[in-house]
Design a protein around this ligand. Structure first.
Ligand SMILES: [Zn+2]
Ligand SMILES: [Zn+2]
Length: 213
């Protein structure tokens, strides 16, 4: 038997039905509650986008997380494409056990912010100083290895002092500095400088002194 949609009079021989309504009307109803623009926050320095789990590289996955949070939607969403003014977003949802999906263009209001990493970089933040000493070739090789190790794990170098016999490298994460020395089975001389108090706890900056040959 052919069904007639009570809202638009489309018939079930032309379009699919979900319950007694046609899918056009069902997705139309679902679309109604969705805002057509959303604010997303983007770091003006590294251009990463803020999501509920932190700043991420600006791709479709990161943007999906940012948009989903901005829309407060219960739909599953996917970003089909985007420029920085609009995103074409695919919404999926189940109605009475039937999957319903539709696309919508959402305007993006990009708010320029600064992520914590960039803020720290520009403010010269550091937790550890790696004092690297030895012949030029060896210290250069070790510095490259160190930089690569910490940068691929999300830390950064905020300052490098070049000295006649090596470098003082100021870096953002003392745990990663320790992890580096463990990873390569290096035994630097460690010392600690009391830096200040944070919520009643003493905060130390670590110094690692390593001589390479
Ligand atoms: Zn209809
Ligand atoms: Zn940033």
């Amino acid at each position: 038997m052919i069904k007639h949609c009570p809202t638009c009079d489309r018939t079930s021989d032309k379009v699919s039905f979900i319950g007694e309504f046609c899918e056009v009307c069902v997705s139309g109803k679902l679309k109604e509650g969705i805002p057509d623009r959303v604010i997303i926050e983007r770091c003006k320095s590294c251009e990463r986008v803020r999501t509920p789990t932190g700043y991420g590289i600006p791709d479709k996955i990161t943007l999906r997380d940012a948009i989903k949070q901005g829309l407060h939607t219960k739909f599953d969403i996917k970003v089909a494409s985007f420029d920085w003014r609009h995103a074409v977003v695919r919404f999926s949802h189940e109605v009475d056990g039937n999957p319903v999906s539709f696309e919508r263009s959402i305007a993006l209001d990009v708010k320029k912010t600064m992520c914590l990493d960039c803020y720290r970089k520009t403010s010269g933040y550091y937790e550890a100083i790696f004092q690297l000493r030895g012949p030029r070739d060896s210290v250069d090789r070790m510095m490259k290895r160190f930089t690569n190790f910490i940068e691929t794990r999300g830390a950064f170098i905020s300052r490098i002092d070049e000295l006649g016999n090596g470098y003082d490298i100021y870096m953002s994460d003392k745990k990663l500095a320790s992890a580096f020395f463990e990873h390569y089975e290096l035994k630097p001389k460690r010392s600690y400088i009391l830096y200040g108090l944070q919520r009643g706890k003493k905060v130390y900056r670590n110094t690692y002194m390593l001589r390479v040959s």
